[in-house]
Design a protein around this ligand. Structure first.
Ligand code: PAF
Length: 284
C-alpha cells in the first residue's frame, strides 16, 4: 500500500491510475480503524479497481469543548489493517496540507436544513466541518465512488445532499453498521467507555430495536414513542440528547403516511456521546 501525505503526490498517483482506465473509490476516515471501517474498505474494493482510504482527524468538525485532542490516533495499527484489507493507497495529510491558511480563513461548505437537525442541533457547525473536508477530499481524489458507514446516518444524508447540490459526479455508497456481539455499534469513541458504561450503552440499540418493533407492529403515534424512549434512556443512566423518528431521506419528523423511516438516537454515557440508528421500511 502506498502512503501519501501531500496533495500533489496524491494527484499525480491518481492521474496515472485514471490513465489506466481504472475506477477509483475513496473511503474517508479519521483513523483508529475498527471492523466497521474495514467493511467500508472491502465494499470500496468490490466497487472499484483502486481504493484510496484517507485518515484525517478533521479539526473543523469538532466543537471547542469536544474531544479533538484526545481523539484516538493509531497510525501504525491503521496501516496494518488497511494493508490487510487490500487498500491500495492511504492519504494521511497533516492539518497544514488541508488548511494551509488555518481554519478561520478556509471556505466553508454548508448544507442547509438537514445539517441543523439532530446531531447538528447539539453540535453546531459539525456538519459544516464534515461537508467542507469531504468536498475537499472529493476534489483532491476525484473518485468514481465514495463509501461511508450508516452508523453516522445523518452524516451520510448530508453528504448525499452535498454531492447532489454541488454536482459531484460521484456515487455515494452507505454500508450497514458493524456491531459487537452484544449489539453495540462499533465506534472509535467506544474506546472511551469502561465495562459498566459499555453495558449501559447497549440501552441505545435495545430501545431502538424495541421501538422499531412497535412501529412495524402498527404503532403510529411517533411523538409518544419518542418521549417513551427518552424516558427509558434516563431510567437506564443515559443522558439523552435526542430520539427522533424521521423520514429516511430528509430526516424531518416522520408522519404515519411515511413508508421509509429511520430512528436516530444520541445520548451521553458518562462523558462519552454515542449515536446509533435503525432503518424501517413499512409495507404500503
Ligand atoms: O465519519 C468520519 O470519520 C468523518 O466524519 C469523515 C467522514 C471522515 C469526515 O472527516
Amino acid at each position: 500500500m502506498q502512503i501519501i501525505h501531500h496533495v500533489n503526490e496524491l494527484r499525480s498517483t491518481l492521474a496515472e491510475v485514471r490513465r489506466g482506465g481504472r475506477r477509483i473509490a475513496v473511503v474517508p476516515t479519521m483513523g483508529n480503524l475498527h471492523r466497521g471501517h474495514i467493511r467500508l474498505v472491502e465494499t470500496a474494493g468490490a466497487q472499484a479497481d483502486f481504493v484510496v482510504s484517507t485518515i484525517f482527524v478533521n479539526p473543523m468538525q469538532f466543537g471547542a469543548h469536544e474531544d479533538l485532542d484526545k481523539y484516538p490516533r493509531t497510525p501504525d495499527a491503521d496501516i496494518d489493517k488497511l494493508t490487510a484489507a487490500g487498500c491500495h493507497c492511504l492519504f494521511a495529510p497533516p492539518v497544514s496540507e488541508i488548511y494551509p491558511e488555518g481554519l478561520e480563513q478556509h471556505t466553508v461548505v454548508s448544507v442547509p436544513g438537514i445539517s441543523e437537525r439532530h446531531c447538528g442541533a447539539s453540535r453546531p457547525g459539525h456538519f459544516d466541518g464534515v461537508a467542507t473536508v469531504v468536498s475537499k477530499l472529493f476534489n483532491i481524489v476525484g473518485p468514481d465512488v465514495a463509501v461511508f458507514g450508516k452508523k453516522d446516518y445523518q452524516q451520510l444524508q448530508v453528504i448525499r445532499k452535498m454531492t447532489s447540490d454541488l454536482g459531484f459526479d460521484i456515487e455515494i455508497v452507505g454500508v450497514a453498521t458493524e456491531r459487537d456481539r452484544q449489539g453495540l455499534a462499533l465506534s472509535s469513541r467506544n474506546g472511551y467507555l469502561n465495562d459498566s458504561e459499555k453495558h449501559t450503552a447497549l440501552c441505545l440499540i435495545r430501545t431502538l430495536t424495541d421501538v422499531a418493533k412497535r412501529i412495524t407492529e402498527g404503532e403510529r403515534d411517533y411523538r409518544v414513542l419518542e418521549q417513551h424512549a427518552l424516558q427509558i434512556f434516563t431510567a437506564n443512566g443515559i443522558q439523552a440528547d435526542y430520539f427522533n423518528i424521521c423520514q429516511a431521506d430528509s430526516l424531518v419528523p416522520a408522519t404515519p403516511a411515511d413508508q421509509r423511516l429511520v430512528i436516530l438516537a444520541a445520548g451521553f454515557v458518562g462523558a462519552t456521546r454515542l449515536i446509533d440508528n435503525i432503518e424501517i421500511i413499512l409495507p404500503q
